[in-house]
Design a protein around this ligand. Sequence first.
Ligand code: MG
Length: 175
Amino acid sequence: MTSRCVPFALANDIFEIDPAFYSAIGVTAVLVDLDNTLDPYYINEPTDRTLVWKKKMKEAGLRIAILSNNSGTRVHRYAKALGVECRCFMKKPFPGPLKKFLEEEKLAPGQAVLIGDQIMTDVKAGNGAGVRVILTEPLDPKEPPWTKFNRIFDRPKRKKIKERHLAPNWKEIKP
Ligand SMILES: [Mg+2]
């Protein structure tokens, strides 16, 4: 397994991560995947859990941006309802659009963290752009066919990362 598939850290889900953790590791911008990271793919409006999370993150002074591979309409609608910025068609695992986003926003890769539930898209894109990635477990087993396909590769890699302790749980990182 190449190091491009190994995240910076693991988390059960995005909601358990203490906002203070991001500042402690020098992060000002938290870039998040949408589907199965913030909410399942069949959800069009942010759920209460996600709204509470966003409020806490904003109170901690963190910038949040949704970076999705998905098409515009749903992502824009969801992001608007959540009150955060978003970018669509991110082409993860390709790091190009992420690098472009960082450049445009004048963010150094070290100032950002990417949170996502897929090794084959989120982890690879983040590592390719030099951004630390926190890999979460997918929120819901119900997934679209293209994600199901990615899971064929995701599952054994994830297992190996955990068994060999190739990435720590975020709680184990003491900045
Ligand atoms: Mg996802």
